[in-house]
Ligand binder design. Structure first.
Ligand code: ZN
Ligand code: ZN
Length: 665
């Protein structure tokens, strides 16, 4: 078993994208590898780091020129070195991690780590692992990348390689494998989306940046162009999405508006042109997808290299104001898209959708130890990854299973993506997790509620949701021995609490149309072997809890139909469900990391989806528990580079602060 540690940083230019892309590449390349991604800045400097990121983003937004100068100053290594002297906490934590986890290779996607590792092994013998670096910069390569030693540097392209070699890095250490985008680009690169283009329209993808939301006018203008289809992505910003939907209502047949999506590889691979800011990750993904690029925003300093790259490779253009952008799109499309074809042609030779797999192969080969390693040291940060292929195999004995059947992801109003949620529950040793994103009726309700409905899973993304969960089921089982189920929370919101109901459908195989009435929904859930559960059926005490009492008010009709009722939802506990002896479940209604400290269900049955469902239906061998982090709490925390300490900090929230956030419950 090889152990690979990837070090990343949440701020700056594409470090996380490279880290997670490479992780996926490594896990796809070998059954016999353990990979962990850590963001030590987040772990060591928690709130300070958030603050730095905020200041950094603020500075970039408000005073781009000032930032450019700061970036120049940082390029002088001596100053950076002084800064680094303050990184003692990071150094001692990294030292501990390296000693206790004993990795075969350490890969950094941020240059600071090479410096820290150099300091750790300065007075000692040789470091006992291979050290490699994924350089995420293109063209303007900050010298900190190669100021400290590394066995190899993986760089995104030939141009970057030449610059580093010219600066004195030995040629044999610089490997232009490409930027390690997720291997899904590689899977998709065979298809060319021609089926999508039967209508002869060019497919333009417009990615709205969080910093630049005034995109309405330019989108109207783009839509005046003949023969285009437009996909607009708004990120996790329901308000913006609502506005864009309203704005493009009249041309729905050729405009698609998406909120947060995990299908960027599919979207980019089916596009003819991408309009975006010059962010490191998205530019590299577009290159991998062979999609020509027009850049409409460049952060001075760190993103300038990406913009230059697009121009120098001849794969697109830079046009930073609306008029220039419109002119650039015109130019690209005229003469039957002559320029667009040239860009596309140039992309053929610069696109490396398989970079993560190539780099993974190299790392695995380089870090292979000739003789068996001296005893398996306490794997510390590395999770035990069992090689079991089917849930059915080898699990016949009864055991107590820790379960959560009500959780939300970014597909509705949750804070984590599906893979992040799986990792979050997986490292905590959960046995069964059901993801239940909100699904509202397709018929939109008027007024305020239409905004809220953007916090629910859009019907247009329902297939994507099932696909992503299907993919994650395999990974959850393989990596964590955890059963993952696909579920939905049907929001049946009326105008009062007595006419509102939330219904959970657990372990669904196919989507269920949310427009049906509650009884039909329950039948359809049962028809595919799923469970129908009443979600928070009684009065909630918590500040933002939504009161949904319809099912409770109509018990005579619904008790015979439902499989269980939530007796506890996050912090709330509903005594009447117990007093009435109704079949029960307890769930966290998880939306963000601190919701983990909440009520959960324990089942005593076989670890198999059918056994779990049967156990709930019978409602025997079932109990509830209030979850707290187990001893050794630091371990899961280390593994969650996307979380800040604030996210995990304690179960008591400040009610005033909570109310400012929007959540459907
Ligand atoms: Zn709910
Ligand atoms: Zn919920």
């Amino acid at each position: 078993m090889q152990k690979i540690l990837i070090l990343t940083a949440g701020f700056g230019n594409g470090h996380n994208a490279a880290a997670f892309g490479l992780r996926d590449g490594l896990e796809a390349s070998s059954e016999d590898v353990q990979v962990e991604v850590l963001d030590l800045f987040k772990i060591c400097y928690g709130k300070v780091n958030d603050w730095v990121t905020q200041v950094y983003l603020g500075m970039v937004g408000l005073m781009p020129r000032v930032w450019a100068e700061v970036y120049q100053v940082l390029d002088r290594t001596s100053i950076l070195e002084k800064q680094m002297m303050h990184f003692t906490r990071l150094k001692s934590i990294l030292e501990d991690i390296l000693k206790s986890s004993d990795p075969d290779a350490v890969v950094s996607t941020h240059p600071a780590y090479n410096y820290v590792i150099e300091q750790i092994y300065k007075d000692h013998s040789k470091r006992p692992f291979s050290q490699m670096t994924v350089v995420t910069d293109s063209i303007s390569v900050n010298s900190v990348w190669y100021a400290s030693p590394s066995d190899y540097y993986f760089v995104p392209n030939r141009l970057t390689a030449d610059i580093m070699i010219k600066a004195g890095v030995p040629m044999e250490k610089v490997l232009p494998f490409g930027f390690p985008v997720t291997p899904r680009f590689c899977e998709l690169s065979g298809r060319n989306g021609s089926a999508d283009r039967a209508d002869g329209r060019k497919h333009i993808v417009y990615i709205i940046n969080t910093g630049k939301k005034k995109a309405g006018r330019i989108i109207d203008q783009l839509l005046e162009l003949p023969n285009i289809r437009l996909t607009i992505t708004c990120g996790a910003d329901p308000k913006l999405k609502g506005k864009m939907l309203a704005r493009t209502e009249a041309v729905r047949d050729r405009v698609r508006v998406l909120g947060w999506t995990s299908q960027m590889p599919e979207i980019l691979c089916s596009s003819d042109l991408v309009i975006t800011k010059a962010g490191g990750a998205v530019i590299q993904e577009a290159i991998a997808a062979r999609a020509p690029i027009i850049i409409n925003q460049v952060i001075p300093g760190q993103e300038e290299g990406n913009a230059k790259l697009v121009e120098q490779l001849g794969i697109g253009a830079v046009a930073v104001d609306d008029d220039a952008l419109l002119a650039a799109v015109h130019e690209a499309l005229e003469d039957d898209g002559r320029l667009l074809s040239q860009w596309k042609q140039a992309l053929e030779s610069h696109s490396h959708p398989d970079a993560a797999l190539q780099i993974a192969k190299f790392i695995l080969h380089e870090s292979e130890s000739p003789e068996p390693r001296s005893g398996e040291k306490s794997a510390a940060i590395f999770s035990t990854r069992k090689i079991v292929t089917q849930p059915a195999a080898g699990y016949s004995e009864k055991r107590t299973l820790l379960c959560d059947f009500h959780t939300h992801t970014k597909y509705s109003d949750g804070k984590l993506t599906v893979p992040e949620l799986v990792d979050f529950y997986g490292v905590r040793g959960f046995d069964c997790l059901c993801v239940t994103d909100h699904l509202a009726e397709k018929r939109r309700m008027v007024g305020k509620l239409s905004n809220l409905s953007n916090l629910t899973l859009p019907w247009g993304q329902i297939d994507e949701y099932f696909e992503v969960l299907e993919r994650e089921k395999k990974r959850a089982w393989k990596k964590y021995d955890m059963i993952l189920m696909t579920g939905l929370e049907f929001n049946k919101d009326g105008w009062s609490k007595k006419s509102s109901a939330h219904l959970l459908g657990l372990d669904l195989k196919t989507p269920v149309n949310p427009d049906h009435d509650l009884k039909t929904l329950i039948h359809l859930i049962h028809a595919q072997g799923g469970l129908a559960v009443a979600s928070h059926p009684h009065e909630m005490k918590s500040v933002w809890g939504k009161n949904t009492l319809f099912l409770w008010e109509n018990q005579d009709e619904f008790v015979p139909l439902l499989d269980a009722w939530e007796i506890a939802n996050r912090d709330d506990i509903f005594n009447p469900v117990g007093l009435k002896r109704l079949p029960f479940l307890a769930n966290s209604d998880f939306h963000k990391p601190k919701h983990i400290y909440s009520w959960k269900t324990l089942l005593s049955c076989e670890k198999h989806p059918e056994a779990i469902k049967q156990c709930i239906r019978r409602n025997r061998d079932i109990s509830i528990t209030l979850y707290r982090e187990p001893v050794g709490e630091a371990v899961p925390r280390l593994r969650e580079p996307w979380l800040s300490e604030m996210d995990l900090g304690g179960s008591h929230r400040d009610p005033a602060q909570s109310r400012t956030e929007l959540e459907v419950a």
